[in-house]
Design a protein around this ligand. Structure first.
Ligand code: SAH
Length: 243
């Protein structure tokens, strides 16, 4: 039966890919993905046939994967981090629809919230929200409402897609919304290029995050009201020491 595995490859470093993902990539015939992700895995799977499509051509990429599977090839469609978190897993299911001629399996991966949090210390030890600042597919008003609700709930927040060429000021605008309910000294952090060349980690305040120049390979973390800096690390207490 035709099969597509939608595989989360983790942040970029081969050692942060799951054993299951490596097994699937070793076993498949064809690997399909955005060229940046294909470049990240290519050296480890040199025998495979690779197909790439440019950014923003997500639907084309999924159609290509479905087409190759329809031809009887075993296809692995790769996404960075986790395939179901701002990844292609949902779109593959949507495009396949109820046509069960192609089997789909999703292979979970280490999302940027987890790999980035590990670099920063322990910012997500308590309840947290994950919010993407990309308004390509979500109206900005809705993003603002979600930010507002997260701040009202005193959630720590991981912010994905904090900036791109077309929207350099989204992080600033998001911080302005959070600052309505959180203090300017709220502990924050950023991690860029996790598991890739040029990896960078910084702990800062919410006021400083507002002016931070993020790029599309940055994930930003906003602490909750309890988050502290301990020896340079961003730490959100769970409350163990109070019981
Ligand atoms: N599926 C991915 C998310 C894709 S959305 C995952 O689960 O991690 C793209 C956003 O994810 C980026 O703008 C950035 O905020 C975050 N991201 C993904 N990989 C990253 C990395 N290696 N370093 C830092 N941020 C990353």
């Amino acid at each position: 039966m035709a099969k597509i595995c939608v595989v989360g490859i983790g942040p970029g470093d081969y050692r942060e890919m799951t054993v299951r993902a490596v097994e699937v990539l070793n076993a498949c015939d064809v690997i399909v993905g955005y060229h940046v992700y294909v470049d990240l895995v290519k050296a480890h799977f040199p025998e495979k046939e690779f197909h790439t499509t440019p950014m923003r051509r997500e639907t084309d990429r999924c159609r290509l994967a479905l087409e190759l599977a329809g031809q009887g090839r075993d296809v692995a469609m790769i996404c960075s981090g986790d395939a179901g978190i701002y990844g292609m897993a949902g779109l593959i299911y949507e495009l396949r629809g109820e046509d069960a001629a192609v089997e789909v399996e999703v292979i979970g991966g280490l999302t940027a919230a987890c790999s980035g949090a590990a670099r920063l210390g322990a910012p997500l030890t308590h309840d947290f929200a994950v919010i993407s600042l990309s308004d390509l597919l979500t109206p900005w008003e809705k993003i603002e409402r979600r930010l507002e609700c997260a701040a009202l709930g005193d959630f720590a927040v991981a912010l994905y897609n904090p900036a791109s060429m077309k929207r350099p000021d989204h992080l600033k605008r998001a911080c302005d919304v959070l600052l309505r309910h959180a203090g300017p000294d709220t502990v924050c952090g950023v991690v860029r290029n996790i598991g890739r060349e040029g990896e960078e980690t910084r702990v800062m305040t919410l006021a400083q995050l507002r002016d931070y120049e993020a790029d599309m390979f940055t994930t930003a973390f906003v602490g909750n009201s309890q988050t502290r800096v301990i020896d340079g690390r961003m730490v959100t207490p769970r409350g163990y020491r109070d019981v």
